[in-house]
Design a protein around this ligand. Structure first.
Ligand SMILES: [Ca+2]
Ligand SMILES: [Ca+2]
Ligand SMILES: [Zn+2]
Length: 655
């Protein structure tokens, strides 16, 4: 499948930052290992994220806390948190705050205030973005109704019409935006990145905590003393007045001036050591990391960014970390000044909670950061469908009774067809919209009934036709067991009914049709199909032909560029020299081209590996490119920039 659409958005951000880089002859050495490709490129001089943000600033100041601050326009103020270590976690808090450990962070900029209603509105007006809450899920809303004695649960209820612009209490444009999901926050980051020409991201949990409590292990942004009415907006007397006392232990003696949210920046004495506002209370804040109670025990010590996202898990099942507590939360400190960890959900700077990343709550907002380590990620969306109007199916004779069906315009994966006395077998079936054209092409081959459909993997441009084709015949769908798992999110008519995880042979039309599971390169359910008698092999998306395109390692679906190379190496000896090779995309091909692709994988992976090992950032590696030999590639399915990013990310999770 094409990941290109998503990557273009992502990389648009990177490209936009490139004019700030200056080019120079290659004077820096990349360690002792030298690649032949190395001489073809020159390195941009490294410019730090500190300089890049300063260069983009409309105004630069030193703030009242003595730290560098920039104004990037439209109310987006960022404070520089200088590189260095801090103590993360707390021994007096809940279990998930332990063990405490020293964490080393590079320089980063973090927003002085949470993103406001006005700033979020500008995003929605510019893009037409529809939030998760508005897409039908609604938002969780505080009711204040305490559960009956002996009952469990918090007094929240989902409101289907709840959302960032309907949060059931008064909010001005200068209040923090709430009822937004983590996905919505990511979408905002992607948009603002393109506006600013800088990669805007959610802070990591470690970045958030250092910005909130500094390097002295403070309980709260201002120090260790309990909050009072001047330091934070939390569950105070105003809150009790409207919602009554409840399970979250409000401070009925304190008056912070607000029942629900306050404008951002309203509590001067509540600033963090870096001069950052609203880190305790007002709205809780999404941060980048996946929430894992035990993460601190094994996290990296340098620039941790949370656990890896597990493959094949829906957004609804991924919890992301929430920080800082909100207007419904309590101080977390008892009257005697001791931390009382029970109950969680406090405004202490080390307190952690998690929530599903697609959920929205009236007490949850976010702030943003710029760190030079990560590039903005557009939120995961349903697979992008190309324009299929006017697409035709072209039939190519391959060998004997094997044919290849190709969609014009490069919009779908190639289909292999076996036609003979037993009927028809196809490998892959493209988009559902193309079923009619595919059926017509099959009928023209005059081969009787469709009996089997083998999926090379789960991507829509290879398997979306399952329901139509199998539904209109007695054909059975055969696929890797992980492909079935991934297709369970679609209507049951799409589901493979015969699954395997090693190999499976169908004896059909006088030959053995052997499907071999070789997962981990393109996706975690890759299958290649050998027509052993006809001397034809369908390689699925392990291979795009035509040297016009780099391949796709779909990391979110368990793919990996390094595994792709390893899998190709495993396959090459199994493919006869004179075999016809049907690629996932591109013209009918052969083994010679497969060797060229194999060399490309090896060269480009090595190049990115060396540069990454030498400490180059992804942006720098993209800027340097892949050298002259591969200049002609990357105008097809996958751009060079996208492929570099996939290798870069694969290096962390490779075999
Ligand atoms: Ca309050
Ligand atoms: Ca906050
Ligand atoms: Zn694919």
């Amino acid at each position: 499948m094409r990941q290109q659409f998503r990557l273009v958005t992502v990389l648009g951000v990177v490209v936009a930052t490139l004019p700030a880089l200056k080019y120079a002859p290659s004077v820096e050495r990349v360690g002792s290992v030298e690649s032949a490709l190395e001489s073809a490129v020159s390195w941009p001089v490294r410019e730090s994220i500190v300089d890049r943000v300063l260069a983009a600033a409309k105004r630069t100041t030193t703030n009242t806390a003595g730290h560098r601050e920039v104004d990037l326009g439209e109310g987006h103020h960022f404070v520089l948190v200088p590189a260095g270590s801090f103590r993360m976690g707390s021994d007096e808090g809940l279990d998930d705050e332990r063990p405490t450990r020293d964490i080393e962070l590079d320089d980063y900029w973090i927003a002085k205030y949470p993103v406001t209603v006005g700033q979020f509105r500008a995003f929605v007006e510019a893009t037409g973005y529809v939030t998760d809450a508005e897409s039908g899920q609604g938002s969780w809303q505080w009711t204040g109704e305490v559960p009956e004695e002996g009952e469990r649960g918090d007094p929240w209820e989902p409101r289907l019409d709840g959302g960032w612009n309907n949060i059931y209490f008064e909010q001005g444009d200068d209040h923090p935006v709430g009822s937004v999901s983590w996905n919505d926050a990511q979408a905002f980051c992607a948009w603002l990145s393109s506006e600013l020409g800088l990669a805007v991201v959610l802070p990591t949990e470690a970045q958030w905590e250092k910005a909130a409590r500094g390097t002295e292990g403070r309980r709260f942004p201002w120090g260790n003393e309990a909050p009072d009415g001047r330091r934070a907006n939390y569950a105070d007397a105003n809150f009790v007045g409207k919602y009554g006392p409840h399970t979250r232990r409000p401070d009925a003696e304190v008056d912070d001036g607000y029942v629900e949210t306050s404008p951002v920046g309203a509590y001067d004495p509540g600033q963090s050591p870096y001069g950052i506002y609203d880190m305790a209370g007002n709205l809780g804040e999404w941060v980048y990391d996946i929430y894992d109670r035990g993460y601190y025990a094994g996290s990296p010590r340098r620039n941790p960014s949370g656990p890896e996202r597990p493959a094949g898990v829906a957004d609804a099942d991924i919890d992301r970390v929430n920080r800082g507590g909100s207007w419904v939360d309590w101080a977390g400190v008892d009257a005697d000044g001791r931390v009382a960890p029970e109950g969680g959900h406090s405004i202490r700077a080390a307190a952690r909670t998690g929530d599903e990343q697609n959920s929205s709550d009236d007490h949850m907002g976010f702030r943003i950061a710029i760190d030079g380590l990560r590039i903005a990620e557009a939120p995961s969306t349903a697979s992008q469908k190309p324009d299929l109007a006017g697409v035709e199916i072209v039939t190519h004779a391959v060998s004997g009774n094997i044919y290849m069906l190709e969609a014009t315009g490069d919009v779908a994966g190639n289909i292999a067809v076996s036609v003979g006395p037993d009927g028809i077998l196809v490998v892959d079936d493209q988009w559902a919209e193309l079923t009619r054209a595919i059926t017509k092409a099959l009928r023209a081959l005059d081969g009787g009934a469709l009996r089997f459909i083998i999926n090379t993997h789960h991507h829509d441009d290879h398997s979306d036709g399952n329901a139509n084709l199998a539904g209109g015949s007695d054909a059975l769908v055969v696929a890797h067991e992980r492909a079935r798992e991934r297709l369970l999110s679609k209507d049951s008519a799409h589901w493979p009914v015969i699954t395997f995880n090693e190999a499976l042979s169908l004896h059909f039309n006088g030959e053995e049709v052997r499907a071999l599971a070789i997962p981990g390169g393109h996706t975690d359910n890759d299958v290649v199909v050998f027509f052993t008698g006809s001397n034809v092999v369908h390689l699925g998306d392990l291979f795009n032909s035509g040297t016009s395109s780099f391949p796709t390692a779909d990391l979110q679906s368990g793919g990996n560029a390094l595994a792709m190379l390893a899998n190709l190496d495993a396959l090459l000896p199994m493919i006869p020299d004179d075999a016809a090779v049907i690629p996932g995309h591109g013209p009918l091909s052969g083994k010679a081209e497969l060797y060229r692709v194999r060399k490309m994988l090896d060269d480009t992976i090595n190049l990115v590996r060396i540069r990454k090992a030498a400490g180059r950032s992804l942006e720098e590696i993209i800027a340097a490119g892949l050298g002259r030999e591969y200049e002609g590639w990357g105008y097809g399915y996958m751009s060079a920039d996208g492929w570099i990013e996939m290798i870069y990310n694969s290096l962390d999770g490779g075999p």
